[in-house]
Design a binder for this molecule. Structure first.
Ligand code: 2GW
Ligand code: MN
Length: 296
């Protein structure tokens, strides 16, 4: 009997030979704990798609749109349909206090959106803490059964270029675009030892952005659980970390290293001019008029 070669079942994929000697030299593409740092030019998008597409994965995306932030949903969702995990099963979970203001978006095949009503609030502290809690309870109730990977994203953002399965991993974080050229003592980590988010001046890897956390559903579940517990412990001691859950996220990731790190291509800010290392902006925070969108 002739054994069937698993690798030859589908048509051959021709792609550029990987080089051992030539690659990007202007940026670091691996962390000291050997997690990839994903930059344009460090992966072959066709090859990556070819590896992940047959796995028939489902990706969950959570996004909060409380109060006036519903206005960001249209662009967020429209651009996600164009650029985010195209060709994959996608489940968007939109958390809002204004379900009637959620725009109707044309979703491509295999993609779904559910609106989950949550209480409104005027206090960022409350929204921020509740975000972690709601992600957790929704993972327990449904996401755990409905998806393989999860991304939790800020809604005041747009996709501009491919964000594909090169971003998948057990625990995935993104390097904040504002601080990647800084030394660790300049990072806006929480510096008061009284906070559970405390990081001493001589520690820290990167400054990670709070606008994206991702990974296996169970790993993100643990992260949100730990961060929320610490957030509440701080609140009990009347302390609020410098950058709220972003500070707790940074503390968590220092001691629980991400298995994949996304370059600032995956989290840019519209007010910031592109730098030479950034060949493509994939996702960025829009410029917002704080007086317009924030409750107080
Ligand atoms: C309410 C009062 C003050 C600030 C924000 C809000 C608010 C946030 C709101 O009224 N409605 C709402 O839906 N949000 C959600 O929280 C929304 O999804 C938004 O994208 C997310 C984070 O708030 P945002 O985008 O105004 O904060 P940024 O862009 O300054 O973000 C960074 O820092 C934050 C911590 O302070 C978070 O870690 C955030 O993830 C970071 O990107
Ligand atoms: Mn934001």
């Amino acid at each position: 009997e002739i054994p069937i070669d698993e690798d030859q079942k589908s048509t051959r994929l021709l792609y550029k030979q990987p080089s051992v000697l030539v690659g990007r030299t202007d940026v670091v593409s691996v962390t000291p704990w050997l997690a990839p740092i994903v930059w344009e030019g460090t992966f072959d998008p066709v090859l990556v798609d070819n590896i992940y597409k047959p796995m028939n994965l489902t990706i969950a995306t959570t996004v909060f749109a409380i109060g006036k932030y519903v206005r960001f949903l249209q662009d967020f969702l429209d651009t996600a349909e164009k650029h985010f995990m195209v060709g994959f099963n996608m489940r968007y979970y939109v958390f809002t206090d204004r379900p009637h203001d959620v725009p109707s978006v044309n979703l491509t095949r295999g993609r779904h959106l559910s609106v989950i009503q949550v209480p409104g609030s005027n206090r960022w502290q409350e929204i921020s803490a509740r975000r972690m809690e709601i992600i957790q309870t929704t993972i327990e109730r449904q996401i755990r059964r409905e998806a393989d990977y999860i991304f939790c994203l800020d809604v005041d953002s747009k996709f501009h270029a491919r964000w594909g399965p090169e971003s998948l991993g057990r625990l995935v974080a993104v390097i904040h675009p504002g601080y990647y050229e800084q030394t660790r003592d300049r990072f806006p980590y929480e510096r008061r030892p009284a906070s559970t988010a405390y990081i001493p001046m001589d520690e820290g890897d990167y400054y990670y952005g709070g606008a994206m956390i991702g990974g296996f559903v169970e790993d993100v579940y643990t992260l949100t659980k730990v961060c929320q517990t610490r957030f509440e412990e701080d609140a009990g001691n009347s302390i609020e970390a410098a950058w709220q859950e972003e500070s707790h996220l940074n503390r968590y990731l220092l001691y629980n290293k991400p298995s994949k790190v996304l370059s600032p291509e995956y989290l840019w800010q519209d007010f910031k001019a592109k730098t030479k290392e950034v060949k493509v902006i994939r996702f960025s925070g829009v410029i917002k008029n704080y007086a317009d969108v924030r409750p107080n």
